[in-house]
Design a protein around this ligand. Sequence first.
Ligand SMILES: [Zn+2]
Length: 286
Amino acid sequence: MLEDDHIHDAAIEIAPDRAGRKRISIYQPEQAGLIFPETPEFASFEEERTYRKQHLVAACRAFAMHGFDYGFAGHLTVRDPERPELYWTNPMCVHFSQVRMSNLILADHKGDVVEGRHAINRAGFVLHAAVHEEYPEVMAMCHAHTVYGTAWCATGRPLDMISQDAAAFYNSHAVIGASAGAVAVEKESGWSVAKEIGRNRGILHQNHGLLTASHHSIDDAAFWFIALERACKQQLLVEATGIKPQLLSAKTAQYSREHVGSDYIGWLHFQTLYNHIAATQPDMFD
Ligand SMILES: [Zn+2]
């Protein structure tokens, strides 16, 4: 793999802020003392678990806000910090807008619920379990049957680099045609996705829908899912005009991905949504 193909580590050098604190992104302010999301640090597994669960709930509610629900389809997972072989996920047949701290479920690789009262979406979970099992570094995943993502997935084509936003997926998304369209009830279907998702942020599962995976956080996976759906919508809009779009050069796309397409940037974008949802939907904490 070429050095510039890495998507999960920012290899770029960023100057520290004026107080001498390390920065990992040009979006972090140089001026010290301003209000800006801080990457969390945890004193215990319990604290970290609560944080991950709260952000998983917010991710589900962000999906509801974006209209990503389709009956019981769609699932989001994040590993438990203490027992990484177990994953927190949304309960089956609960609308994304009604997911809350108290109805999340904890499941194992086999799809058995080990904590929580609700049933799990087994067909969906095998996809996630296969990826989480194959890639210990995958922290979180998202999948839903969205309108534009599923529509673009039918073309069997990867995204063109039509915008800075699309460039977040430059060399980091793939189309999977194998087992496409068949309901993913069998683990084999999950493995076909698992094979492709290692170095890809997003997967376009032909005739099915979108998947995103993150090495960083559920925040990162959820934001890039929202971004991928949006990129599919934008590509469909451009295609509908019949006008051949101007594309970013490979160099520009690469540059954009490094600056606006990192794991940290996905996390940072999501804090805007998290803060909005936490302030306007306090029942998420119930
Ligand atoms: Zn699905």
